[in-house]
Design a protein around this ligand. Structure first.
Ligand SMILES: Cc1cc2nc3c(=O)[nH]c(=O)nc-3n(C[C@H](O)[C@H](O)[C@H](O)COP(=O)(O)OP(=O)(O)OC[C@H]3O[C@@H](n4cnc5c(N)ncnc54)[C@H](O)[C@@H]3O)c2cc1C
Length: 537
């Protein structure tokens, strides 16, 4: 069977640059995987049979993951192995499994194709589309790397003291050379200390809407905004989505979304985002970034949006899907070290940069749990700090089980941060346990914070009705407020107090704060927008 699978895989994927090798026993496979690691060559995918001679399929995959953390894994197993396969999916070891017997061409090839596409997506980012020279661990260096990483832009980061960094700097003229971090693009253009907008426009990303009037403008490119972009454009509305940083929103930070229907082995937020962007573009939606919307007002039957560069954009309808972000920690020393060891949220790439480090994760919700597990794949030690007495208060049981099973994750309950210390970057943390600050600060390489949910609605205050925490009130909930609703008809579900301006996802008062619900609301909003556009108001 191995030979037949090998032929099918080579027939299907050799043209894309992959080479398949199949073995009847586990040991030559392990030897090849180790040899490729030594040669610094990548292994994209390993398919292993649980009943393989010499080593079980799961142990082989475990070894492959140890040597190549990004490798995609598929297990071929019998019905009797189902419980072990499901556990392996839950712990993140397995991307997919197939019950034997199966048809190679019909069942295995589509899975392989899908997994390779995802693997290629992460790998593309490592190619050198733009080269940057500067201090990695500086606040601006961190912002740039996050911006590029979250936008899936290829980059290579060079230290100014490295041979390659010095050589590149020598080729660039003053004054740009003196302004680090310096970006050097494939066409030779060099920009010192570039803004995110300069980086994006130099890389050919659409940073301005093509028109000045649309049927639908979507503010925010998280799951809710992306869903609305797909449904709006596929249903004939001229649609533009304006995103201030990177499409994907919070979901784009998730290393593995396990509860999204249809993806039984989970999928990363960046993969979900990559697929959604392709889908939205296919239907003709424009995706503009990085641009921030800073105001909205009704004007002559349209809704006019003000952008941070002072330009305006008019639309027959608007969907606000600006989501939430993490609350800031107020402990002394934290603010000064943001970007230099202290981070709010993370991008999936952050974990790969934490090899052998001691990483602290602050927060007890699912986002903190997922990230801790992802860091644990690379870091030496991960410590989760929570104020509550147990993780059960805010985290799903499946994540708690994985955390309990991870040897290098420690959970400190009843603990909060008292202070952060470091000269140029984070060096240690003072912890307060059960009300007492520990005598000695604990050494720390990095701290990632995942607490609270603050809606992105400052720019809307005075224009739309928000609740006391800043979430936008919409639909039937408006009736309970002394709202100024100007029309005879009732507001549609998801409609804000400004007719034609709808709200979807985490930013809406009473929303569920899940990917599926944000996506559902984004799709539903488009249907309601059609009703609004067909009406007389
Ligand atoms: C690490 C992590 C893991 C998670 N894991 C899961 C999970 O496993 N399962 C699950 O169901 N949910 C998960 N969630 C929650 C889920 O990601 C959110 O519920 C979902 O992303 C909400 O989508 P949204 O579109 O409403 O908002 P967001 O995802 O918050 O997106 C809002 C977007 O709007 C942009 N924006 C804000 N203001 C402006 C402005 N003025 N102009 C232009 N753009 C603006 C932001 O930059 C952002 O990209 C996770 C969240 C995190 C952080």
């Amino acid at each position: 069977m191995a030979r037949a699978v090998e032929r099918q895989l080579n027939r299907g994927f050799a043209a894309r640059g992959y080479r398949a090798a199949c073995f009847d026993r586990a040991s030559p496979a392990v030897d090849l995987i180790s040899e490729l690691r030594e040669r610094e060559e990548q292994v994209a995918l390993v398919v292993a049979d649980q009943s393989a001679a010499e080593m079980s399929g799961l142990n082989l995959l475990r070894e492959a993951r140890r040597l190549h953390p990004e490798v995609r894994t598929v297990l071929l197993c019998a019905h009797d192995d189902l419980a072990a396969a499901t556990d392996a999916v839950n712990t993140g070891l397995l991307d997919h499994f197939l019950i034997k017997p199966f048809d190679g061409e019909r069942d295995l090839l589509p899975i392989v194709s899908d997994l390779l596409e995802g693997w290629q997506g992460t790998r593309d980012r490592d190619a050198a589309g733009v080269r940057l020279v500067g201090e990695r661990e500086s606040p601006r260096g961190d912002q740039i790397r996050r911006f590029l990483g979250r936008n899936n832009i290829h980059y290579q980061w060079l230290d100014p003291s490295s041979d390659e960094g010095t050589e590149l700097l020598q080729k660039v003229a003053e004054p740009e050379r003196a302004r680090l971090p310096l970006a050097v693009f494939a066409d030779g253009v060099a920009i010192g200390d570039p803004t995110n907008l300069q980086l994006a426009s130099q890389l050919g990303i659409p940073t301005r809407p093509e028109r000045d009037h649309y049927d639908l403008v979507i503010v925010g490119g998280g799951p809710a905004g992306l869903a609305a972009a797909v449904y709006g454009s596929s249903e004939g509305l001229s649609t533009v989505m304006i995103e201030r940083e990177a499409p994907g929103g919070q979901a784009g930070q998730s290393p593995r979304i396990d509860n999204y229907l249809g993806f039984h082995a989970g999928l990363s937020g960046s993969e979900l985002t990559r697929r959604a962007i392709i889908q939205a573009r296919r239907f003709g939606a424009e995706i503009v970034r990085p641009r921030e919307v800073i105001g909205i007002e009704p004007e002559n039957g349209d809704r006019v949006l003000h952008l941070s560069d002072q330009s305006t954009l008019a639309a027959r309808s608007v969907l606000i899907a600006t989501g939430v972000s993490y609350r800031r920690l107020t402990a002394p020393g934290v603010e000064e070290l943001v970007g230099a060891g202290v981070y709010y949220g993370s991008s999936p790439r952050d974990a790969q940069e934490r090899v052998d480090q001691h990483v602290f994760v602050v927060g007890g919700a699912n986002s903190a749990g997922q990230s801790a597990l992802n860091f644990a794949r690379y870091a030496n030690e991960v410590t989760i700090l929570i104020r509550a007495g147990s993780l059960a208060k805010g985290m799903s049981q499946y994540l708690i089980d994985q955390i309990e099973g991870a040897e290098n994750i420690e959970v400190l309950t009843g603990t909060e941060l008292a202070a952060a210390y470091g000269e140029d970057r984070l060096e240690s943390l003072a912890l307060k346990r059960d009300g007492e600050v520990g005598e000695d600060p604990v050494p720390a390489d990095a701290m990632f914070v995942y607490i609270g949910a603050v809606p992105h609605t400052d720019w809307l205050r005075g224009s739309l009705i928000c609740d006391e925490r800043g979430f936008i009130v919409a639909g039937r909930d408006l009736a309970q407020r002394p709202a100024v609703w100007p029309l005879d008809r009732d507001p549609y579900p998801l409609e804000s107090c400004m007719p034609g301006v709808f709200v979807a996802g985490d930013v809406r008062q009473g929303s569920i704060k899940r990917c599926a619900s944000a996506i559902g609301e984004g799709a539903m909003a488009v249907q309601l927008i059609h009703q609004h556009l067909a009406g007389s108001d």
